[in-house]
Design a binder for this molecule. Structure first.
Ligand code: FE2
Length: 294
């Protein structure tokens, strides 16, 4: 998923380490040692994802795989993916509302790629206080998010159907599309897993770290720009900016917003870290066992 953020624009300040080092095949004896000293939860998650998803996402509308994944993810803590909970004191005093550009540039969001294949991505985002992943979408995707530690503010929208678009009336005004607020809350660990779907549950979302926090994500299927699953960023305008009430048939004006597409924000400051959690045993090639050692 990190690579999708990077592909979106060359303006984002991201520092990609050598991806080739991320996935290695380790000898069986070394893997044996690793498996004996680590939690199996991430392996269970991998196995469940492998059995649940196809390159087109969930093979059926059955809620059973979703319930199983949520039940397993609900049990995850930071240690299950090799993380240690960051102290809330490590926020340099900026706090949730003390956001400024200097603070945000000071510490990047760290992305840990656990596993990615044609059918799903397993990854972790580690946020310093006040850091933000701006409003972005997940076209045609289902995303499971589990806050592993800390507090995270989530604001999420779904597109209004049928599509409602306002074209630019004056130079400088963007084309905007109507969306409805689906989620606006702070999630604090320990808490349940949240799920967004292609058209419901808040497919477009923005994360703001209230305290140092980490989120384990499963995306199914993964971003894939060449077939239309591109990560696009948006800015939201209050409904009153462009609306006159005629578009709303359900709910209040505060429940709606106009979204305009934007380039990847300049201040999205993300780097790829090294996953040091339990190795995953995937399929076995000739004489070694493939494991993700990210
Ligand atoms: Fe997302």
């Amino acid at each position: 998923m990190f690579s999708k953020f990077q592909k979106a624009t060359d303006k984002a300040m991201v520092f990609l380490q050598n991806k080739a080092l991320s996935t290695v095949y380790i000898p069986k004896q070394k893997l044996h040692m690793a498996m004996n000293t680590t939690s199996p939860k991430v392996q269970l998650l991998f196995d469940l994802c492998k059995n649940s998803f196809t390159p087109l996402g969930l093979p059926s509308a059955s809620p059973q795989p979703i319930h199983k994944l949520c039940s397993l993810l609900d049990t995850f803590g930071p240690a299950d993916v090799g993380l240690k909970e960051e102290s809330p004191d490590d926020d340099r005093g900026h706090g949730f509302f003390g956001l400024n550009r200097v603070a945000r540039w000071a510490q990047p969001i760290t992305y840990l790629d656990i596993y990615e294949c044609d059918s799903f991505t397993m990854c972790v985002f580690c946020f310093p206080t006040s850091s933000v992943i701006p409003l972005h979408d997940h076209p045609g995707m289902t995303v499971f998010s589990k806050v592993l530690y800390g507090s995270m503010h989530v604001k999420a929208y779904d597109w209004v159907e049928p599509v409602c678009i306002k074209e630019s009336r004056e130079p400088g005004y963007p084309q905007v599309r109507l969306a409805r607020l689906a989620v606006d809350k702070v999630s604090t660990a320990p808490c349940g897993t949240s799920v967004l779907y292609p058209k419901t549950g808040g497919n477009l979302h923005c994360f703001t770290a209230v305290t140092p926090c980490a989120v384990l994500d499963v995306l199914a299927p993964p971003y894939r720009e060449d077939i239309g699953r591109k990560c696009t960023y948006y800015i939201d305008y209050p409904y009153s900016t462009f609306g006159n009430g005629t578009e709303i048939s359900n709910g209040k004006e505060e429940d709606y917003a106009w979204l305009a597409e934007i380039e990847t924000p300049d201040d999205l400051y993300m780097r790829e870290g090294v996953y040091v959690g339990p190795a995953i045993q995937a399929e076995e090639p000739s004489d070694s066992i493939p494991a993700l050692f990210l």
